[in-house]
Design a binder for this molecule. Structure first.
Ligand code: APR
Ligand code: ZN
Ligand code: ZN
Length: 368
């Protein structure tokens, strides 16, 4: 089969067509991958922000059709259309049974670049090929754990379903699950890429009446307005913290989301939040990013809460159908996130477009 492969840290993506795929093991399913979004976290594996073993098939935002099921699979059947979840959710471990399936204990295995038993089902040129997030949606096919796929209705277009898998669950989830947004709140969103735009539309659904979008690119601020931002701040013109504060009644936002993953913008997010407000950290930083905070002021005198947000604090079995319902009712704009449809050979260009700020999302349509 054909797959876009990251051969080594910092190397360009190569399209290989010699990839061999093993049959699904117990508790695994074979997916015909139909569509995959190109997310910043894929680029973050290439540049070492998210360290994973190479060579690896990237891609963690996908949808497809179940083609074969392994021994003991009960949740899924051949022919099911699915959204792939970049965090497996077993439903049985300590965190899953304590309302936090987005950090399912089984997902710790992902750091090894394989499936739940830490081995991969892919080889290329006779050597093992790793799979990002137990998935690898830049491949035409993938063997994934049964607990990494959520059945959806057959009438949902695959490119829409793919985006749910990361950007929409993460961004909308950050606003609806992680944060406590009250109707009438002022919200600031720092970073308006594929994920940040979803935070913006989630904040609107939650009832925020002022949504301040902050980004380096005018093109992204325009998209932000389409997704519900009421005000925009160009991050490289003056001090974004005072610009947000001025727009937020001089006191700062009730809730600020950081959706980039840089130390300086995390600090900005804390400083643009009003006393007593919430800071929600969504962007994935490099492993060595440290934040220096004044403990007395940040947490005590100013009583701010700083909350980490992994996968939008989602329960994929609850939230995938919920988000699709919102989309069917016209409350979530998913088509508008798709700036470009591409083939699997165009991932390098998609990474360049993402960095140039010209796309919300590029979506790979696999040819079979
Ligand atoms: N100030 C303001 N905006 C910035 C800055 C900055 N210093 N640096 C980057 N940005 C903006 C970019 O212009 C871009 O619009 O942040 C946005 C990031 O968007 P994408 O590259 O599309 O990334 P996305 O896929 O949305 O992911 C955002 O969430 O899931 C994580 O790993 C992912 O950390 C990443 C984050
Ligand atoms: Zn992602
Ligand atoms: Zn679990």
């Amino acid at each position: 089969m054909k797959a876009a492969v990251l051969p080594a840290f910092d190397a360009p993506i190569e399209t290989r067509d010699d990839v061999e795929i093993a049959p699904p093991g117990p508790g695994e399913v074979r997916i015909k991958v139909m569509a995959s979004g190109v997310c910043h976290s894929d680029l973050s594996v290439q540049n070492g922000t998210i360290p994973l073993p190479t060579p690896i098939v990237l891609g963690h935002e996908g949808s497809g059709i179940v083609e074969e099921i392994g021994e003991g699979v009960t949740r899924l059947a051949v022919g099911d259309h699915v959204v792939l979840s970049f965090v497996p959710a077993c439903g049985e471990c300590y965190t899953c049974t304590h309302g936090q399936p987005y950090i399912c204990e089984k997902s710790a295995a992902q750091a090894a670049g394989g499936l739940l038993d830490m081995t991969t089902r892919l080889t290329s040129g006779g050597a093992p090929l790793h799979q990002m997030a137990c998935l690898g949606t830049y491949g035409q096919y993938a063997i994934v754990p049964e607990i990494s796929a959520v059945k959806i209705d057959d009438d949902v277009p695959f490119e829409v379903a793919a985006l749910i898998g990361c950007g929409v669950l993460t961004g909308v989830g950050a606003a609806l699950n992680t944060a406590e947004i009250r109707p009438g709140d002022t919200v600031a969103v720092i970073g308006c890429g594929g994920v940040g735009l979803n935070v913006i539309q989630g904040a609107k659904i939650a009832g925020a009446t002022k949504i301040i979008a902050v980004d380096m690119f005018e093109s992204k601020l325009e998209m932000a307005r389409e997704f519900g931002a009421t005000d925009t701040v160009k991050a490289d013109e003056g001090d974004p913290v005072s610009a947000v504060a001025a727009l937020a009644g001089g006191r700062g936002a009730d809730v600020t989301f950081e959706v980039i993953g840089l130390g300086p913008t995390i600090e900005q997010a804390i400083n643009t939040t009003r006393p007593g407000g919430q800071v929600i950290l969504v962007g994935v930083p490099r492993m060595d990013v440290m934040v220096n905070l004044n403990a007395a002021f940040t947490w005590l005198y100013l009583a701010k809460s700083i909350k980490g947000c992994w996968y939008g604090s989602s329960d994929v079995y609850r939230d995938v159908p919920k988000l699709l319902d919102l989309w069917k009712k016209g409350e979530l704009n998913l088509e508008g996130l798709i700036s470009k449809e591409i083939t699997v050979d165009q991932v390098n260009e998609a990474f360049a477009d993402m960095q140039a700020g010209t796309v919300a999302r590029s979506v790979i349509r696999h040819q079979h």
